[in-house]
Design a protein around this ligand. Structure first.
Ligand code: C2E
Ligand code: CA
Ligand code: CA
Length: 700
């Protein structure tokens, strides 16, 4: 090295040149953190210290004599380095120090902080010394820091405290959820966001766990700056130093407000009826379950009230579902007002509501009185006029009540009992309440058995058709009315009055009615094949249920076609009650069938509403004077007037008239005198099996 010119003193004492050189040599060779290389102007390596071996991967042996450009300069930097090197030798000084990315022997990039010096010794080639500090470690640490910083600014609210719990840092998510800025939070403790919803015990437990394990996580209620309390999921981790001493705590909190709200909403949807906002069946059953478990223990009774709006279906059909919904909402409101706060009013669906009363007197008698009082109150409340937009509606309700605890008071049993009681209330004429009594149970059990037997009867072909003769004024056989019987192996021969009303209620009339129609049509087809019976007509009774089915017309026509019956011989008997509503639709159905040749009889005429208005509008072929008039003809003069009026009416309107229930010759004569021209009754023949009826054809 050259003599130091005048300048700052950098070396104390006056060591000899040899000593100096030896020291520097050792320093250069062994400076661990400094890779030092020497190059001559063409780039040939003339010096390569130990640290260079480590940083660039070449041993001194490998490097010496090699070229800088080939050894450690990435391909794309060669030109720049060549220029830089030339510049330095030309100018006799190094370029300013800076960061470079060079190449390791194995190809990977090496980041170094590099300074350069040209050392010129007179008489010798100048040498470029490069001193490179390895930056890889530092860069790795920097990257990690950047990643950590990004992670810290995540969606989670983060707090870092010191070991004493004083907040050192918070992130933006923390500010967003809590409303506290970093300035406001730093220096405080997390008590800043405490909601006061957790006990001292709770926090003590949390700290115990944290200190013991270094971790804690759980749900916390915190409080925002604006006072709002919110739910968070919190994770706290202790950070320790090399000796295991806690230096920091890191807390991360995830806002659960939205999730909680969603949970609450789902729970609400699952438990409440969306139309009326009342508890639904599920919640009711839940509460009932709890009540039945707790009431025996509390020595208090409860009551279950089943409510069913009377004629709700009619309202829906006439005013539309919107009005129906409106009514249900108002009913719900009135119900809620009629009961106490800790009683439950629920909607089961449709127009069925349930009220559950709790905390009634332990004496069953007194409890029943209390329940009845509430029931009466509900009846009165639901009986007042409803305003449904522009409509005024007067509704009523039927209520069935059962009390608990009672024997076998499982939730299902109670529900069934209340439902039975409701059935009783309906049967008693609606707009009333009934308590459950065991007698009801029996009736229902019997009905259920009957229903199941009826269904089986159809499969086992236990139904029979009887034929009751119909005659004209001359006594000639014109046809028959088909009347069904149930030949039950267990119960004997059963008349239709025993099972037809029930079949109508349960819908069984549909398959049964179809069977009757089918059998009658097949009989007509069979009769048509023989001259002596070819002209016989057959009258079949049709229930309202059947007639009002949308596909009634198609079903009848299909049956006629399939069996090959002559539709002109088929008469359908309807009753007046069937004809009350929707006269256009009814008349359309009748017309459609009449077009195909069928005819219609109005059964039991005179007993029903006898509105002349519909008589005019419906395409009827025959009126059937009800048998009650025929029966009373000879004892009650007013019935003579009625019969006379009916016959006159038929004549003016061009509708034929038949009298049924004719049992005596005198009845027949009187009716003939009044102008009647067709008859049916025991006088001419009882309803009889086919063989008996066909016998009449041979010897009238
Ligand atoms: P309905 O249509 O008024 O039938 C006439 C009823 O009066 C029949 O009772 C018949 O046996 C009875 N009867 C006939 N002549 C006389 C008489 O001279 N004196 C007396 N006292 N009674 C007489 P039945 O067969 O018990 O039928 C009762 C009701 O059952 C029928 O009344 C009808 O409404 C219904 N029904 C019968 N078969 C069917 C059916 O296939 N379908 C439907 N939907 N209802 C049916
Ligand atoms: Ca009839
Ligand atoms: Ca009748």
């Amino acid at each position: 090295m050259s003599e130091q010119p005048a300048g700052p003193v950098i070396w104390g004492g006056k060591p000899s040149r040899e000593v100096n050189e030896a020291r520097f040599q050792k320093l250069f060779d062994e400076a661990d953190a400094m890779a030092i290389q020497g190059y001559v102007p063409d780039g040939t390596v003339v010096y390569w210290n130990r640290a260079s071996e480590k940083v660039y991967g070449y041993t001194a042996q490998e490097a010496l004599g090699g070229n800088l450009l080939d050894l450690i300069i990435p391909h794309d930097m060669r030109q720049a380095v060549e220029m830089g090197v030339r510049w330095m030798f030309d100018n006799g000084q190094g370029i300013p120090p800076g960061r470079l990315t060079l190449r390791h022997k194995d190809g990977h990039r090496v980041s170094v902080y590099s300074s350069h010096t040209i050392v010129t010794v007179p008489g010798q080639d100048p040498v470029l010394f490069c001193m490179d500090a390895d930056m890889s470690e530092l860069e790795r640490a920097e990257t990690e820091l950047r990643v950590a910083a990004t992670a810290f600014e995540s969606q989670q609210g983060m707090i870092i405290t010191d070991a004493q719990g004083v907040i050192l840092r918070v992130n933006q998510a923390f500010t967003r959820t809590t409303g506290y800025s970093a300035q406001e939070a730093v220096g405080q403790t997390p008590r800043l966001i405490k909601s006061g919803r957790h006990s001292v015990d709770f926090y003590a437990q949390m700290w115990r766990h944290l200190l013991a394990t270094g971790h804690w996580q759980g749900e916390l209620w915190n409080q925002r700056k604006d006072g709002e309390v919110y739910a968070v999921w919190v994770t706290i981790s202790a950070v320790t130093d090399g000796t295991g001493q806690v230096t920091h705590y890191v807390g991360a909190q995830t806002d659960m407000t939205q999730r909680k709200a969603a949970e609450a909403k789902i729970l609400h949807l699952a438990c409440y009826d969306s139309l009326t906002k009342l508890p639904n069946r599920r919640l009711l059953l839940d509460r009932l379950q709890q009540a039945t478990v707790s009431s025996p223990r509390h020595q208090r009774a409860g009551a279950l009230l089943f409510l069913d709006l009377d004629h709700f279906k009619t309202l829906n059909d006439t005013l539309g579902h919107d009005m129906g919904d409106l009514l249900l909402q108002q009913v719900a409101e009135r119900l809620t007002h009629a009961i106490r706060e800790n009683d439950t009013a629920a909607r089961l669906g449709g127009d069925e509501f349930v009220v559950m009363l709790e905390d009634l007197s332990p004496q069953l008698e007194a409890a029943a009185n209390q329940a009845e009082a509430v029931g009466e109150k509900i009846l009165a409340a639901l009986n007042r006029v409803y305003r449904l937009k522009e409509h005024e509606y007067v509704g009523s309700v039927s209520i069935g009540i059962t009390l608990f605890p009672s024997q076998g008071n499982s939730v299902e049993t109670l529900m069934k009992q209340a439902d039975l009681a409701l059935y009783g209330a309906k049967a008693a004429g609606r707009n009333t309440l009934r308590f459950f009594d065991p007698q009801m149970q029996e009736t229902v059990t019997l009905r259920a058995a009957l229903m199941s037997d009826l269904r089986k009867a159809l499969h086992k072909q236990e139904f029979r058709l009887l034929y009751q003769p119909q005659v004209d004024s001359g006594g000639r056989l014109t046809g028959a009315e088909a009347l069904v019987r149930w030949q039950c192996p267990a119960r004997g021969l059963i008349r239709p009055t025993e099972f037809i009303p029930f079949s109508e209620e349960t819908g069984f009339i549909l398959p049964l009615g179809q069977w009757v129609l089918d059998t009658a049509c097949r009989q007509l087809a069979a009769w048509a094949a023989r001259p002596e019976s070819a002209l016989l007509s057959l009258a079949v009774n049709v229930s309202a249920h059947q007639f009002h089915r949308a596909d009634f017309v198609e079903q009848v026509l299909e049956t006629v076609k399939r069996t090959g019956a002559n539709p002109r011989r088929l008469k359908l008997e309807l009753t007046e009650s069937l004809l009350l509503n929707n006269i256009e639709e009814i008349s359309a159905k009748m017309s459609a069938l009449k077009e195909q040749g069928l005819s219609f009889v109005l059964d039991d005429f005179g007993t029903g509403y006898s509105s002349l208005a519909y008589l005019k509008r419906l395409p009827l072929d025959q009126l059937k004077i009800d048998q009650s008039f025929v029966h009373d003809l000879l004892v009650d003069p007013s019935t003579v007037a009625i019969a006379q009026t009916i016959i006159g009416l038929g004549r003016t309107m061009g509708i034929a008239v038949i009298a049924e229930g004719v049992e005596t010759q005198r009845q027949r004569e009187l009716l003939a005198r009044l102008g009647c021209q067709a008859y049916q009754g025991y006088l001419f023949g009882r309803p009889m099996p086919l063989e008996g009826f066909e016998q009449l054809l041979c010897d009238p």
